[in-house]
Design a protein around this ligand. Structure first.
Ligand code: NIG
Ligand code: FE
Length: 382
């Protein structure tokens, strides 16, 4: 079954071989067949296909790649958000509130929550997403969190090292032993990645090294939450270990920026977190100008950022992080793919996965120009 999408006013391909960042084509068409893009070119030269869809001059972009979310949870923390907006500061300790609710929920309840949030994401143009555990913090609760996440994506991340579980508050070393031992063993069959929240109040550099090394030995690729609440060693550790991506990057020294550039580690910015915690937005401009690859992701979670919307994050990145609309759209598509080590998504070139978003707008710029407006007219997902 082949589909021709034609009369596309502006097609964002993210073709790495193009002269411009987004590989924009005007008056374009795309053919998809068997779940992959099979042809891209001028609408006037499009080959025949089984079905034809007329985009009526609107824009088509690659589906968003959300490389960072925490969708396996129960409950919410609206009161915590309300208190922050009245002047309280964000504290990672709030994670334990969600841990209690998550442990009390059945697998079916957790899966229903993930399904609801994944559907929200899809309506807003996300076609590839990563999901982390990290609200179970026991062997069984981490394993079942990942088992639930795996029903929705192959990009699952074991985040047993989110914070020290409450029962281990007096013995963090024993908790690290649990994470690197029985918990990792139970989690690894359901995960592709391992992550550590490397931050004051969570895990320090040595603990992060130990946990990432154990994960690597179990076949999991590493990623880090780092430099979210203040400067620290996490970003430099990610670069030293040559990790694919390091996420948050809110507080960066010049040395951190240079280390990211030299290592080729993707900096994943999460502007919804700064929106929701009132921390200062990091500068995407500074990173891009230094030659660092930047991704934008949602970090959707009930504590620090409860949005599932990459269009919202794109608008924030443009308004608050010094990025152009084109850079922000790239960061939420090809950038997200880079943050997951993927080349089959985030681009619309022959051979890529047939994940496309039709905008109710003539250009990608409208995603930031018309913030808060539901511009995703429809998605096609392989
Ligand atoms: O990515 N930084 C740590 N973890 C999450 C927040 C989790 C929470 O507050 O529940 C984050 O922001
Ligand atoms: Fe996160």
């Amino acid at each position: 079954m082949s589909l021709l999408i034609t009369n596309i006013g502006e097609l964002v391909t993210n073709d790495p071989g193009a002269d411009d960042l987004l590989g924009v084509r005007t008056d374009a068409a795309v053919v998809v067949a068997d779940g992959v893009v099979s042809w891209v070119g001028p609408a006037a030269e499009a080959p025949a296909a089984d079905e034809v869809f007329d985009a009526q001059g609107r824009a088509v972009i690659p589906g968003f790649v959300d490389s960072h979310s925490h969708l396996v949870f129960a409950g919410d923390r609206a009161l915590e958000f309300q208190a922050r907006m009245a002047g309280e500061s964000y504290a990672a300790g709030g994670i334990r509130t969600t841990v209690a609710a998550t442990r009390a929920a059945s697998d079916d309840q957790l899966a229903a929550g993930v399904a609801r949030h994944v559907a929200e994401m899809r309506r807003q143009g996300t076609t590839t997403l990563e999901i982390k555990s990290g609200y179970g913090l026991s062997v069984d609760d981490e394993a079942r969190s990942l088992e639930v996440a795996r029903r929705f994506t192959d990009e699952t991340t074991f985040l047993g090292a989110h914070v020290v579980a409450p029962e281990y508050a007096d013995d963090p070393a024993a908790y690290v032993d649990l994470v690197t031992g029985p918990m990792l063993e139970a989690a690894a069959p359901h995960a592709s990645w391992i992550d550590v929240f490397c931050e004051r109040g969570a895990f320090d550099e040595d603990q992060a090294r130990t946990i990432l090394a154990a994960g690597a030995a179990a076949g999991l690729r590493g990623r880090l939450h780092a430099n979210q609440l203040g400067e620290g060693p996490g970003v430099r550790l990610a670069a030293e270990l040559g990790l694919t991506a390091v996420d948050h990057c809110t507080y960066l020294t010049d040395d951190d920026v240079h280390a990211l550039r030299d290592a080729g580690t993707v900096a994943t910015l999460l502007p919804g977190v700064e929106f929701s915690t009132r921390h200062p937005y990091p500068s995407g401009r500074r990173l891009i100008d230094a030659g660092v690859t930047v991704a934008i992701a949602s970090d959707c979670n009930p504590g620090s950022c409860y949005t599932s919307s990459l269009p919202f994050c794109i608008a924030l990145a443009v308004r608050e992080m010094g990025m152009t609309p084109g850079e922000a759209v790239w960061a939420a598509t090809a950038g997200g793919a880079a943050a997951l080590g993927r080349t089959d998504v985030g681009v619309l070139v022959p051979g890529a996965r047939a994940d496309l978003v039709l905008l109710d707008a003539p250009t990608h710029v409208h995603l930031a120009y018309r913030p808060g407006v539901p511009l995703v007219a429809r998605t096609w997902s392989a």
